[in-house]
Design a protein around this ligand. Structure first.
Ligand code: FAD
Ligand code: PYC
Length: 418
């Protein structure tokens, strides 16, 4: 039987069989009484950390404890944009490592993460934007990362539906473009890491909320959870918007603020937008998913919150900006809107490293931009936990930088108002 006939046959058989007898992608074990490493948070970063602990460091006695369902936090709520065009060397190295891992991830995990390197454009609407983008592009290229400046004709050629009429509200003077940037299916990234970690012996425990961290003599000994006490020699906190809540359980105060970041999708339409378009000045970004929906994001809500909803003011500004840039979208209907709780550091860069409590490690502060970092963050964090010291890639992102003042200011890195 040819592969094509075989796959059509198996597709029909599975469709008519109501998915009965499909193997589970990962087990659903009861938590064991103790682990070498417990990871708190079953988002992409926590799952990637567990995978690389097993894959790169031979540490298999690992649990990922998730209070809800895998990827139910920001991993399953983001607008899926991936790129590595960051200004500062430290960030460029870390995000580029991540993009390189993404480029081989479907093969590595044997799971199609639907990576689509369709290019990410950042629009310039005035001379200041253009100067700033040119500076960024030069800095990014010095780090060997692809990035280029497009003139207005180049932008029009990439995105013909953009409003380049003679007197638009937001004139387009040019854009930066990272051609290797694009999107990937966020759920698939979580599921792929989960399945591969599970296959290497990692216990993934959902519906297991961590309610306390046990510390004795300055070192962690275990976790209190809604499914009982779990002893652990090492603990990695990877809880995004709830990082401060968890760190406080070990007596630590983090320089993190939690805010809501919203997004929405439109009804599906035929393919009209082939790149990712972001506008830093008007705070909107948009791409078209493989299903045809437009995936649209905006700036975050200004106030602190643990709510996954957000305010109408942001939605209004987001849609206003979108239809100014793309008048063709003005009659589209929106399907759904949601929010995620993003964890923002004062310099808009993450914290990945050790803490003053022995055996306790932290990975947070990815704020509005951590989906693109998922594999790289997990890779570097696994190294830090396994070796009890940071890798060169994440050493600059230590918690101590807020005492030493060696901040890595990436507020301008995305089209997201902070
Ligand atoms: P999460 O996926 O949030 O995982 C943390 C997990 O910890 C959650 O599942 C949570 O339930 C769990 N948890 C919390 N407390 C506990 C507890 N006490 N016990 C057990 N578990 C607990 N980034 C990009 O790069 N590109 C984008 O286009 C992009 N767009 C975004 C759009 C929106 C609307 C949002 C909200 C974010 C966006 N981001 C984007 C940011 C990105 O989604 C995050 O930085 C990234 O997904 C964080 O992954 P994570 O695994 O650290 O966190
Ligand atoms: O960091 O690229 C990004 C991003 C896009 C949308 C939200 N964050």
């Amino acid at each position: 039987m040819t592969p094509a006939r075989y796959s059509i046959f198996s597709l029909a058989r599975n469709a008519l069989g109501y998915h009965r007898n499909w193997p589970r992608a990962w087990r659903s074990p009861e938590p064991r009484p103790s682990y070498d490493v417990a990871i708190v948070g079953g988002g992409g970063h926590g799952l990637a950390t567990a995978y690389y602990l097993a894959r790169e460091h031979g540490i298999h006695n690992v649990a990922v404890l998730e209070k809800g369902w895998l990827g139910g936090g920001n991993t399953g709520r983001n607008t899926t944009i991936i790129r590595s065009n960051y200004l500062w060397d430290e960030s460029a190295h870390l995000y580029e490592k991540s993009l390189k891992l993404y480029e081989g991830l479907s093969r590595e995990l044997n799971f199609n993460i639907m990576l689509s390197q369709r290019g990410v454009l950042n629009l310039a609407h005035n001379r200041h934007d253009l100067k700033e983008l040119s500076r960024r592009v030069r800095a990014i290229r010095l780090n060997g990362i692809d990035s280029e400046i497009l003139d207005p004709e180049g932008v029009k050629a990439e995105v013909p539906i953009l409003n380049t009429s003679p007197s638009p509200r937001y004139p387009i003077l040019g854009a930066s473009l990272q051609r290797r940037g694009g999107i990937a299916r966020h759920d698939a990234v979580a599921w792929g890491f989960a399945r591969a970690a599970d296959a290497r012996g990692v216990d993934i425990v959902q519906n297991c909320e961590v309610t306390g961290i046990d510390v004795a003599g300055g070192r962690v000994t275990g976790l209190e959870t809604t499914r009982g006490r779990i002893a652990a020699k090492k603990i990695g906190l990877v809880a995004a918007g709830h990082s401060s809540v968890l760190a406080a359980m070990a007596g630590l105060r983090l320089p993190i603020e939690s805010h809501t970041l919203q997004a929405m999708v439109s009804e599906p339409i035929k393919p009209v937008l082939h790149s990712v378009v972001m506008s830093n000045a008007v705070h909107v970004y948009v791409s078209q998913s493989d299903k045809g929906e437009l995936v649209i994001g905006a700036g975050m809500d200004g106030y602190n919150s643990y709510s996954q909803r957000g305010s109408f003011r942001i939605v209004e500004a987001q849609i206003g900006a979108l239809v100014e840039l793309f008048p063709i979208f003005s009659r589209l209907r929106m399907l759904r809107q949601w929010g995620g709780i993003v964890d923002v550091c004062p310099d808009a860069s993450p914290i990945v490293g050790k803490t003053p409590v022995e055996g306790l490690y932290i990975n947070c502060g990815w704020g509005t931009g951590g989906f693109k970092a998922t594999p790289g963050s997990g890779w570097a964090f696994a190294h830090t936990i396994a070796q009890d010291r940071p890798h060169a890639l994440n050493a600059p992102f230590a918690l101590e930088r807020f005492a030493s003042g060696r901040l890595i200011d990436e507020h301008g890195a995305a089209a997201v108002a902070h």
